[in-house]
Design a protein around this ligand. Sequence first.
Ligand SMILES: [Zn+2]
Length: 339
Amino acid sequence: MTKKLFLPTIQSALFLFCLIAMAQTPESTPREKYAATITSEDLSELLYTVASDSMQGRMTGTEGQKMAADFLQNFYKAHRIATAPGMDHYFQEIPATYFTRMKNPVSSENVLAYIEGSELPDEVVVLSAHYDHVGMEGDTIYNGADDDGSGTVALLEIAEAFQMAKDQGYGPKRSLLFLHVTGEEIGLYGSRYYTENPIIPIAQTLCDLNTDMIGRIDPLKEGNENYIYLIGSDKLSQSLHDLSEEVNKTYVQLELDYTFNADDDPNRFYYRSDHYNFAEKNIPVIFYFNGVHQDYHKPTDTPDKINYPLMAKRTRLIFHTAWEIANREGRIYADKRTE
Ligand SMILES: [Zn+2]
């Protein structure tokens, strides 16, 4: 009896305690609020489309790649995210003649979207990811969920979060260019074409945050999965490297692993994705990468094998880093330039 009589009192005490605790939780900052809109559910839904069989492995110049380009364009249209300055459409066409190492060269396209900065619109942060993959072999489809469906949909979610921020009065001070490049798997063509034919002058391009494979786990990291490999962050700009570290410590708390950033890394990953074409132009870069795994460049790189919560966390790191670069007091430079 007494116990029963007592219970409601304990319950109401607990309830009161919770109310007080809730009231004392500090309001999350706008950047945290918009970062929280990047969810594993949204990423999963998008990736099951981008890496679906209907996209036929997204080989450069094929129908599947064009379907993927349309999907990206439709996403940006639906979210009222703008085309790049001076363009009235989302595609940057690359002529067939540019693909010199292709057996039967066909034209292809980069897909670009843009969020204009409110105070320093001429200073632009590029976020890149390749959306092409290696296509099909007979009837076998290479879905390329991790490579690089993961980076592709990460960009979409980041763009959506920034556009929402802008619509609600928290738009970035500097501009953001979302650059989905084609032709990566056959020789980094799309990013090279963009850097040779930039929509925004190279001198106004602050950095390239490139995402290529962020949905899986390196077998060496099993049991220790709260990580991402960063490559290139300190090669051209110490200030970029420092702010990336700081942002991670404050907002995300992933282990930033620099194993593959070593100058003598035998894998040479620094030279093997699209950021390298930006680094060649002396633009600071960060390459976000989960490392290789058993399904790398195999038909088994499928969306069911992705770790979506981890991918969401890695995507939020990129979002926070872009937010910091776009909103901080001073712009970042290639402060380690040696030539
Ligand atoms: Zn890739």
